[in-house]
Design a protein around this ligand. Sequence first.
Ligand code: RTP
Length: 156
Amino acid sequence: LIASLEQVDQTYIMVKPDGVQRGVVGDIISRFEKKGFKLTGLKLYQCSKDLAEEHYKDLKLKSFFPKLIDYITSGPVVCMAWEGCFGVVASARKLIGATDPLQAGPDTIRGDLAVPTGRNIVHGSDSPENGKREIALWFKEGELCEWTPVLTPWLR
Ligand code: RTP
């Protein structure tokens, strides 16, 4: 347990264009803050087709790929890097819920806020390796902040 608490992992979370359009950015950020993750990067960003295709390169052969790229580039997204102990990547996926919002549980982001799979409002890395890869893809050097949270009186 001690080793797993010492291991630091990062996950890339992105509010997709429909989440920005619908005004749920604050709600989504709030859920990760309340869970206890540490925010290390945050920006509103209009991404290029090239970047969207690189991000989703594993899905290139899927029939929905062109529609997915149109969707992700249809307006600004909110890019976020979140840090936590071992398990943060899987934990974020739990908060997000299943890819198909109809299968996502209540109290998950997609379960609460989305309906069709093609408009599922948020992305989360599926492994620590992809967390690193995606953060490096979406953020430039100097856009990420290393900082130490000040302990609140509750935790002292
Ligand atoms: P994400 O990468 O966005 O977090 O989603 P995920 O891991 O839950 O799902 P994945 O299978 O990687 O699919 C990526 C995104 O493609 C869209 N999608 N559309 N049948 C469809 O129309 C379909 N299937 C997937 C969704 O926006 C999904 O999040």
